[in-house]
Design a protein around this ligand. Structure first.
Ligand code: ATP
Ligand code: MG
Length: 507
């Protein structure tokens, strides 16, 4: 070989080397060893990471949830029995992503972001990983803007601020879903996007929620992520994370979002089923040890961002179902400790007709106070104290002993306030109406009205004011407060209206 040959070889080698681009995305592969109930065990994937998306035979998807010495445990996102032993598994190097963006609103999707409302495929330009770290302390701002639910008992005594996490907790059939749905309906025209995540519910229940949203024109700003009791545990498990990703996208683009997780008890149960199949050691109530981490990493993602991040917010309303009012069970105590307060609903109250059945004593909002509307705080500030005194007194009064005048007056006022706070489903109030109702209730203007008529009377009165004194109502709505003059007009009008209301009836 002469010199030129060497040079040729040399050049060829150099050009090969300089054109070589290494493939960093090495795909480790493995084989399915076991498959059952949506859970698979895979052998031979030493590089798999927790939460990573796996590709099974190029057809099915699975998420890594368990890393053991010789095998990897994963959950299958497609049909439970789709995957069988010996199938080839490849790692993908990233975590599950779902479509997000404005296009998701007005739609009903499954936990993987596929449309299930029959309105055709959803085309979005963005996707987002379902797991993400929560905004850090420095990224956050103080919760100081109210998020009105339109329910007086809540807005006055357990106020919720934008970016807050407020738990709705209670036994079955105590109106938990109704409160959350009413809160969504009340966001109409307020530039708040809403996400409703149904976890492990009956299909009929979810469809009635969707119908309600549609009927009240709330679906257009709401995205419904639906996993029913019929879906596999893995799908129920990822549903809230998908909803959270959809909400997060809006929050990071500077919008306010309200997200409802209905409910996290069923989520915990789905997670327990998966964990037991993965043969993780069961702990208290057979839940795995990381059940706290499961819900805290989900709820920590709700936040109020500071202005350098666009100032958006995500308010979370997780729902927990208790058994026989037991709020000290494992999952309820966990979620109570993660959230910034709870709205506790009681069967006894619900059955005795106090609806919404909010137990004032056990409900609290730890951060919403500073976000409360000025007028509501001013007018209803003493409400909480008053109601708890009333409840205490009324227990004694049941013994039938003779009561002095002051006690009787207090009982009567308490009973009327309780009546005034009653609200049917889908009858959310505007801020001005809430202030007016609180005003007349706290000022004892309802004294002359028979107790059992108070509830319907206040509703009729607010409607009357809307027609005859729209200016005053607008003024209160604009200011978020009731001034002296407006107060006097309301008082006078109430008397006039009461005369008319009861006269009409006696005719
Ligand atoms: P589940 O445990 O089944 O999820 P839930 O606690 O979510 O029940 P809802 O489904 O909201 O309860 O309400 C149960 C029933 O009570 C519904 O029929 C609803 O219409 C009724 N209800 C709820 N809130 C009120 C209210 N404020 N006034 C009158 N009826 C109400
Ligand atoms: Mg419900």
């Amino acid at each position: 070989m002469d010199k030129t040959d060497y040079k040729k070889i040399n050049d060829a080698l150099f050009s090969e080397i300089s054109n070589y681009t290494p493939d960093y995305s090495s795909h480790s592969t493995g084989r399915v060893l076991f498959s059952g109930d949506g859970v698979i065990k895979i052998g031979g994937m030493p590089d798999a990471k927790y939460g990573e998306l796996l590709d099974v035979e190029g057809k099915y998807r699975a998420i890594v949830l368990d890393l053991e010495e010789n095998e990897v445990g994963a959950i299958v996102l497609d049909a439970e029995d789709a995957v069988s032993a010996n199938m080839l598994v490849k790692s993908t190097g990233h975590i599950v992503e779902v479509p997000v963006g404005k296009e998701m609103f007005g739609r009903v999707v499954d936990p993987l972001g596929n449309a299930i409302d029959g309105l055709g495929e959803i085309h979005t330009s963005t996707v987002r990983a379902i797991e993400a770290s929560a905004p850090s302390i420095a990224d956050r701002a103080k919760v100081e803007e109210p998020l009105m639910t339109g329910i007086i008992a809540i807005d006055s005594m357990i106020p919720i601020g934008k970016g807050q996490r407020e738990l709705i907790i209670g036994d079955r059939q105590t109106g938990k879903t109704s409160i959350a749905v009413d809160a969504i309906l009340n966001q109409k025209g307020k530039d708040v996007y809403c996400v409703y995540v149904a976890i492990g519910q009956k299909t009929s229940t979810v469809s009635s929620v969707v119908h309600t949203l549609e009927r009240f024109g709330a679906l257009e700003y709401t995205s419904v992520v639906c996993s029913t009791a019929h879906d596999s545990a893995p799908l129920q498990y990822i549903a809230p994370f998908t909803g959270c990703a959809i909400a997060e996208e809006m929050m990071y683009s500077g919008h306010d979002v309200l997200i409802v997780y209905d409910d996290l008890s069923k989520h915990a149960i789905a997670y327990r089923a998966m964990s037991l199949l993965l043969k993780r050691p069961p702990g208290r109530e057979a839940f795995p040890g990381d059940i706290f981490y499961l819900h805290s990493r989900l709820l920590e993602r709700a936040a109020k961002l500071n202005d350098s991040f666009g100032g958006g917010s995500m308010t979370a309303l997780p729902i927990i179902e208790t058994l026989a009012g037991d709020i000290s069970a494992y999952v309820p105590t966990n979620v109570i400790s993660i959230t910034d307060g709870q709205i506790y609903l009681e069967s006894e109250l619900f059955n005795s007709g106090v609806r919404p059945a909010v137990n004032v004593g056990l409900s609290v909002s730890r951060v919403g106070g500073s976000a409360q509307v000025k007028g509501i705080r001013k007018v209803g500030g003493k409400l909480r104290l008053y109601l708890s005194q009333y409840r205490e007194l009324s227990v004694f009064a049941q013994f039938g002993s003779e009561l002095d005048g002051e006690t009787t007056a207090m009982l009567e006022k308490g009973a009327r306030i309780t009546e005034a706070l009653k609200q049917d489903v889908r009858s959310h109030y505007d801020t001005a109406h809430e202030i007016i109702v609180l005003y007349i209730a706290m000022k004892e203007l309802l004294k002359e009205i028979p107790t059992n008529r108070v509830s319907s009377f206040v509703k009729a009165f607010t409607e009357y004011l809307d027609i005859h004194h729209a200016d005053i109502v607008n003024e209160i709505e604009q200011n978020g407060d009731i001034g002296m003059e407006a107060g006097l007009v309301v008082e006078k009008e109430m008397r006039t209206f009461a005369d008319y209301y009861f006269k009409e009836e006696n005719r």
